[in-house]
Design a protein around this ligand. Structure first.
Ligand code: ATP
Length: 492
């Protein structure tokens, strides 16, 4: 069995202090020694120049900064500009997210958005600011300028992120009919998190730059930009540097806070249904996921031609509830294609009856798990809150030999463990039709026997269709066998 290996890996991942590499990664490479070295270089340069007007020393700047921050009016300035940065950033992110979601669905919309995005990317901040001054008061100006800087950056990062999402996970969500909350939380958000994080951090850094630049031009009263302007006209270079340091510190702090918040949100999202374990009731004990079925699956002349030499040849058979059917054929004959047709993921010629009102559950050819989520959260992903309880999931996972790694992220599980998680998810999802594509691939003999026994015991009333290369699987599940034939040109 492979459980031990996975558990050890899980312990490595799950506990202990972060490694040096992780810590360096989390600080974004801003190591203390490096900052100290650059401060020293600044100090030496200021000493060599010997002119406070041209380049004040770091200590002088620090003194000015402390003096500035001791005045309540400085905090009012910071609050004024911060509010505009936050408003522009939030508005920009919202516009970018909506635009990217629309553009990802429709190429025409992407083409429509391309010119304004290119324009917003290439027009200088100063030009936008001067133009915007024609329409807006200087106090509102920075919100618009920040938005115009944040939108193109975030739009492109988010669009690339959406495009990189795994369509196989979307199919999984479709087959299990996951509600929109679970889709966003488990399918979309974990995949988009890196793009979202990149968009947020670069967007926020640019937001401060754009806001201060707009304020230096528009000079709204009581803003950070006005402080910059005042320092400039009074040749107070030290004050200019002090405000620059304040803005950089604010920008970096906000960036870090946002990254932390996103990481926490990501972790919380993936904890998912497993958290419900604490509140599990025993009310559902012994209840089976498969509903009383009565559904019969009828296939008549079902075929799918992908090319003259590949696809599924015409096939007709019935699957009655409680009478499993195994489709067997050499590799490339169309077993997966047939299961995908029944699941509604593939168009086909011929008739498929019995799926219209039936709920379908499936073990896909690939595991299609939510990588960052735990074994238990994955198993419960498609379970109905009113159907399978966390207690039932824990018992089922225990029967499959996964009792010791319930909280382990599936990304750290072995191939055989992952296969059993995918099987548990399919068994716990409410269904009348169960489609199993090579369900025991990667399992050793004893794990295969145990898994097959569990499936037979639980699925007494479901319509079960299994694709396999192996006659033993059919025998273990007590399934009748239907042989498939390869599609031939001109003869489906
Ligand atoms: N979307 C597709 N576009 C083009 N050809 C496809 C597509 N899906 C499957 N095929 C082709 O159809 C044939 C049947 O594929 P399928 O995956 O259904 O076979 P299989 O019997 O499940 O094979 P295996 O046992 O290796 O998984 C293959 O030749 C495959 O290349």
């Amino acid at each position: 069995m492979t459980g031990g290996r996975g558990t050890r890996r899980g312990r490595r991942e799950g506990t202990g202090r972060p490694s040096r590499n992780t810590r360096a990664h989390r600080t974004g490479g801003l190591a203390l020694w490096s900052v100290a070295l650059w401060l020293l270089a600044w100090h030496l340069a200021a000493f060599a120049l010997g002119s406070e007007l041209l380049l004040p020393a770091p200590l002088t700047v620090a003194t000015h900064l402390v003096a500035d921050l001791a005045q309540p009016s400085s905090w009012e300035r910071i609050a004024f500009s911060l509010a505009r940065v936050v408003a522009g950033f939030a508005g920009g992110m919202a516009v970018a997210a909506a635009g990217a979601a629309l553009a990802a669905r429709n190429r025409r919309l992407e083409e429509l958005f391309a010119p304004p995005i290119t324009l917003a990317k290439s027009v200088p901040v100063a030009a936008i600011t001067v133009l915007a001054l024609v329409w807006l008061r200087s106090s509102e100006l920075s919100v618009l300028v920040v938005m115009l800087v944040v939108v193109p950056l975030s739009y492109e990062a988010l669009l690339a992120g959406i495009r990189a999402c795994d369509p196989r996970l979307s199919e999984m969500a479709e087959v299990f009919r996951l509600g929109w909350r679970r889709r966003i939380r488990f399918v979309l958000f974990p995949q988009l998190a890196p793009a979202l994080s990149a968009a947020c951090t670069t967007g926020l850094g640019m937001a401060w730059k754009a806001c201060v630049a707009a304020e230096i031009i528009g000079i709204p009263m009581g803003s950070v930009g006005e402080a910059f302007y005042d320092a400039k006209v009074h040749f107070d270079t030290a004050d200019l540097f002090a405000w620059t340091v304040a803005v950089v510190a604010l920008s970096v702090c906000m960036e870090r806070l946002l990254a932390l918040a996103l990481r926490a949100l990501h972790a919380a999202a993936l904890r998912g249904p497993a958290a419900a374990r604490r509140h599990a009731s025993d009310a559902h004990r012994g209840q089976q996921a498969a509903s009383a079925s009565g559904v019969a699956l009828r296939l008549r002349n079902v075929s799918r031609q992908f090319s003259p030499s590949s696809g599924l040849g015409a096939v007709s058979f019935d699957v009655a509830p409680g009478r499993p059917m195994a489709v067997m054929a050499p590799s490339g004959t169309g077993k997966t294609t047939l299961l995908r047709i029944v699941a509604g993921l593939e168009d086909a010629d011929g008739d498929v009856e019995g799926t219209e009102h039936a709920r379908i559950s499936m073990v896909f050819q690939e595991d299609r798990l939510i990588e960052g989520a735990s074994v238990l959260a994955n198993a419960l992903l498609a379970a109905s809150p009113r159907g399978s309880s966390p207690d039932e999931a824990i018992r089922l996972l225990g029967s499959l030999g996964l009792g010791s790694c319930l909280d382990q992220p599936v990304a750290t599980c072995s191939g055989g463990q992952r296969r059993r998680v995918a099987l548990a998810r399919a068994l716990l999802a409410p269904h009348e039709i169960l489609l199993l594509d090579e369900p025991f691939a990667g399992l050793d003999d004893s794990a295969r026997d145990a898994a097959a026994a569990l499936v037979s015991e639980r699925e007494g009333r479901a319509c079960m269709l299994v694709a396999t290369h192996d006659r033993r699987d059919a025998a273990l599940l007590g399934a009748r066998v239907v042989e498939l034939h390869r599609a031939r040109e001109g003869r489906p």
